[in-house]
Design a protein around this ligand. Structure first.
Ligand code: ATP
Ligand code: MG
Length: 624
């Protein structure tokens, strides 16, 4: 567990419940009112049953007849109590259900909202499976005890009422109650403390099982091609087995404590009958009173268990809450500024890096984070294209992420039209800068929805224009339902190159003033890549050209750039035109040549776009 022992788990659990009550006070009041009404009616029913036995049954046996008035009164009283009890149950259940599910929905929203607000660095440290289980089963666990909570609160009121009425009736009988009820309570507390570590373990394992499942499905392709099915299944089975054992140990504890909790009130009833028999003989109480008290013990047994349910669920609730809070309290938020850029300015933006240093946060806080970029300075002047070239791991994607402000520098500044990007509003950044990432992401939706992303003002004409620029209009037009074609989860029905061009079109549809392409056309035929870039630099549809920062390898692409920034191990080693660098920088020349050779070999071996099942046969025509 995140903190503390099982000892303080009840205290912490109660404070979680307190938070729930503070958040939904009115619904909670309704539920507790219903529950208290129910509790009072339970006590009342005991006394009415006692009275019916004393005034109706005993006289009937003794004299053979009962006045009709008494009989009617008894019937009305029993019926009235039953109706009020039903009303109480209804209010309690409805209130508790509303409260529990509202809190769940509310916190799911808060958690997912927080995920989206947290910076990329945080996501890189947290597994997707864990995030899923935080939003799902942890939120559920945190608010689980809300369901029996109003019942338990009503029961506490009822117990006080019961003890008071016991003392009013007969103090020796009340002492039996005083012995039994606290014993029940103590047993519940012990139960809950024993339960705590088991529940916390089960909750953690739930997250791990979901994490493994998520990873194996996500990597289904690797798992299959590498023949890792058995290994993955075993990995999953091992963790699922641990979860099973953890849950069985929870069940075993339940098996021990539940019967004890059942038995205690019955023992109480027995004690009442023994003590009551003596009191009856000595004339201290009458039959009505004895029956009432004995009946009271019987009917109290069930509601008292509600307290146990709450206490038993508290550890799981605390475990879930700790995990939810870890997300809600996660720091590292990237606050946005308030500045805007002139929204009517159609000219391309100027991007500049000023002596930027950057390092990823280490996976564990105590480790030092190595510097990934140092002293990086360069400019993408308005309307110009700058190519970022460098060996793998040089920091190109990191530069792209900084340019789109997915991460912030440790030192130095990134500016857009001279304004520090940290001072810009979120929507200003989004409408001015578009990043097309190295790994394309496509939503399980239509082609149209993937391009517009519900942004206002992007009509079908704009979509087609963007597709044309991305050289994607051909294959989209050939899809069975055109823009309305569903592309499958993560675009599984598209080829790699098609996916890339779709994400490029998505970026273009927003008419950004700065386009950051992180190896965004690697799976596209080199000729098409060059055509795309040429089209972006000098669009023919009347739109203004964007400034472009492009991570590239291919000579044809690089040659189109106005300037090349050559990066090695996070440092800018050289800047200049392609031919300048080719002549002056050995590392650069080697890299570009090596890439070209590899490219040529690949071209000889196979075509560029993989053929996808949806469009097989169309690619050749489309890509010419
Ligand atoms: N999320 C991360 N956490 C920690 N280190 C990272 C992370 N992402 C990248 N790095 C490290 O930062 C360095 C630069 O990575 P980056 O992805 O920017 O390289 P790149 O030039 O884009 O490489 P490639 O050509 O392979 O795409 C690498 O050493 C890499 O190991
Ligand atoms: Mg990269």
């Amino acid at each position: 567990m995140a903190s503390g022992t099982s000892r303080d788990v009840i205290g912490r659990g109660l404070s979680v419940l307190g938070r729930a009550i503070r958040e939904q006070p009115r619904i909670f009041a309704v539920a507790v009112t219903g529950s208290v009404l129910f509790g009072l009616m339970v006590i009342a029913s005991a006394y009415v049953v006692g009275a019916v036995v004393g005034e109706v049954v005993v006289p009937a046996i003794a004299r053979g007849s009962v006045p009709a008035g008494t009989l009617a009164l008894a019937a009305v009283a029993l019926f009235g109590i039953s109706v009020l009890r039903v009303v109480g149950i209804f209010g309690r259940r409805l209130g508790a259900g509303y409260m529990q599910f509202r809190l769940q929905a509310d916190y799911r929203r808060r958690v997912t909202r927080r995920y989206l607000d947290l910076p990329l660095a945080w996501h890189q440290r947290n597994a997707t499976g864990t995030l899923l289980s935080n939003a799902n089963s942890d939120v559920e666990a945190a608010w689980f005890p809300i369901a029996p909570l109003p019942f338990a609160v009503g029961t506490l009121v009822m117990l006080v009422g019961a003890i008071v009425s016991l003392f009013v009736t007969d103090w020796p009988l009340a002492l039996v109650g005083l012995a039994v009820f606290p014993a029940l309570f103590a047993l519940n507390v012990v139960y809950s403390r024993r339960m705590a570590p088991r529940q916390a373990r089960a909750q953690r394992l739930r997250a791990e099982v979901s994490g493994i499942a998520h990873e194996s499905f996500d990597g289904a392709l690797v798992v299959k091609t590498m023949g890792r099915e058995a290994h993955e299944t075993a990995r999953f089975a091992a963790r699922a087995g641990e979860l099973r054992d953890a849950l069985i140990s929870v069940g075993r504890l339940r098996g021990v404590f539940d019967p004890m909790l059942e038995t205690l009130p019955s023992l109480g009833t027995l004690a009442v009958l023994v003590v009551g028999a003596f009191r009856l003989r000595s004339g201290a109480i009458n039959v009505t009173e004895l029956v009432s008290v004995a009946f009271l013990f019987t009917v109290l047994a069930f509601p008292v268990r509600a307290i146990g349910w709450v206490l038993a669920e508290l550890p799981r609730s605390v475990a879930g809450w700790d995990r939810v809070r870890r997300v809600l309290d996660a720091t590292g938020e990237m606050p946005y500024g308030e500045r805007r850029l002139d929204p009517t300015n159609p000219t391309p933006a100027t991007l500049a890096f000023h002596d930027v240093h950057f390092g990823y946060e280490p996976a564990e806080a105590h480790l030092p984070g190595a510097e990934v970029l140092g002293e990086v300075s360069f400019t993408v002047p308005a309307g110009k294209t700058v190519a970022l070239v460098g060996p793998t791991g040089a920091g190109k994607s990191t530069v792209a992420a900084l340019a789109a402000r997915l991460v912030d520098p440790r030192a130095g500044t990134v500016t857009l039209d001279g304004v520090d990007v940290r001072e810009l509003r979120a929507d200003t950044l989004a409408s001015n800068v578009a990043l097309v990432a190295q790994v394309p992401f496509v939503f399980d939706d239509t082609v149209r929805a993937n391009i517009t992303l519900d942004r206002p003002g992007i009509g079908d004409d704009d979509v087609w224009a963007a597709l044309r620029l991305a050289e994607a209009d051909g294959f989209v037009a050939a899809l069975p339902e055109g823009l309305d074609t569903m592309v499958g989860e993560r675009g599984t029905s598209l080829s790699g190159g098609q996916r890339q061009r779709l994400t490029l079109a998505r970026a273009l549809a927003g008419r950004p003033r700065l386009l950051v392409l992180d190896d965004a056309t690697s799976a596209v035929d080199p000729r098409v890549e060059a055509a795309i870039l040429a089209g972006l630099r000098a669009p023919t549809d009347g739109r203004a050209a964007a400034s472009i920062l492009v991570v590239a390898y291919r000579r044809a692409t690089i040659a189109l750039a106005d300037e090349v920034v050559y990066l090695e191990q996070g440092r800018v080693l050289a800047r200049g035109t392609h031919s300048e660098l080719l002549a002056a920088v050995t590392g650069y020349a080697e890299l570009v040549t090596a890439y070209e050779q590899a490219e040529q070999e690949r071209e000889q071996q196979r075509g560029y776009d993989e053929v996808s099942p949806l469009t097989s046969g169309l690619e050749i025509e489309v890509d010419r």
